[in-house]
Design a protein around this ligand. Structure first.
Ligand SMILES: [Zn+2]
Length: 337
């Protein structure tokens, strides 16, 4: 599989601890306080969430391979407690890559069952151990230490876990919610744009958190997450209506652009640090194309980027990462986000 070959090359080329990675991706930055006992570390793949419990530390996601030492250096800025648990929001290597470096004896690894299946089957970085899994929900610990895990259905993949910290009024949403824009859909890992609105709506109503940590990027309010839910629901509904009348994804996009409240999700600016280039606008167009394919029963492919007409010149992918033009398909180079 070409995709695994490319991921393998990314993984093998290694990382630098600070600044930018060898692939030109944004490197790890200083640990940031989010709320209560929850901190986050940006860069070198997805966000890593650091949750300090009474006797140890829980990490949510472990970035690209080679990030273990740099993650620990950031954790040591806030506590000397040992790592006791790693929770993975999904199986992609930019979220599980340093599990083996950080997960020694006695470190419990927890994931949703579909993610467990992918992690233990192995990818470019080899098989990863999972000690405990859940299908719909699971509670770990109590009081200040309590963590609630939820799975609401497919979206970015078919194993996207939401990790909720009730005492901190905060949830880590993983890549189903990254960069506050319509998410990358990975059909090869069971992702689905048609399923996404139901998944994120259930998350919104089930998890009362005020603070929503994105899988990549920053931190949002509950209200901002709701606006994301509303936009993705509208995107799928617009795809359905437009397809029914023989229209195109581009026509569906034009209809969405008529709604001023959607402008942040159809923006033409590249988000600082966004690994694969592209804009919210191009991601929305990609997801409309994926929606049309899913509606027609075709097998969608993972698509990294399409040129944004208002970007001049169009964004170049970072070194080591594939671009993917309008016809991007399985034979294009790809990087899983
Ligand atoms: Zn991902």
């Amino acid at each position: 599989m070409k995709r695994f070959a490319v991921l393998g090359a990314i993984v093998a080329s290694g990382l630098t601890a600070v600044g930018v990675t060898a692939q030109g991706l944004p490197g790890i930055t200083d640990i940031e306080h989010v709320s209560g006992n929850v901190h986050k570390i940006f860069g070198a793949g997805g966000n890593t969430v650091v949750f300090e419990r009474a006797n140890d530390v829980v990490l949510v996601d472990t970035k690209l391979p080679g990030s273990g030492e740099a993650i620990m250096a950031e954790v040591r800025k806030i506590t000397d407690k040992p790592i006791g648990m790693i929770i993975n929001t999904h199986s992609h290597p930019d979220h599980t890559g340093s599990n083996n470096e950080l997960g020694g004896d006695g470190v419990q690894v927890v994931a949703q069952v579909n993610t467990e299946a992918r992690m233990t089957a192995g990818g470019p970085g080899g098989a990863l151990k999972v000690d405990q899994s859940f299908s719909r929900t699971m509670t770990i610990g109590e009081g200040e230490d309590e963590i609630e895990l939820y799975y609401f259905g497919a979206g970015h993949t078919d194993g996207d876990a939401f990790v909720y910290f009730p005492a901190a009024d905060t949830v880590m949403a993983g890549d189903v919610y990254a960069w506050h824009m319509s998410p990358l859909i990975d059909p090869s890992a069971g992702g689905s744009i048609l399923a996404l609105p139901t998944t994120v709506t259930a998350a919104y109503y089930t998890i009362p958190a005020e603070t929503w940590i994105q899988g990549h990027g920053g931190v949002s309010t509950r209200e901002e997450f709701l606006s994301f839910v509303t936009f993705n629901r509208a995107l799928v509904e617009q795809a359905e209506q437009t397809a029914q009348f023989g229209g195109t994804p581009e026509q569906a996009l034009a209809a969405l652009e008529g709604n001023p409240s959607f402008h942040v999700f159809l923006d033409h600016k590249i988000k600082p640090g966004l690994e694969y280039g592209g804009t919210p606008w191009s991601r929305a167009l990609i997801n409309l194309r994926v929606a049309f394919q899913e509606l027609r029963g075709e097998e969608p492919q993972l698509i990294m980027g399409v040129p944004d007409p208002l970007q001049d010149p169009p964004p170049a992918p970072p070194p080591g990462l594939g671009g993917g033009g309008p016809g991007a398909g399985p034979n294009q180079t790809e990087h899983v986000h």
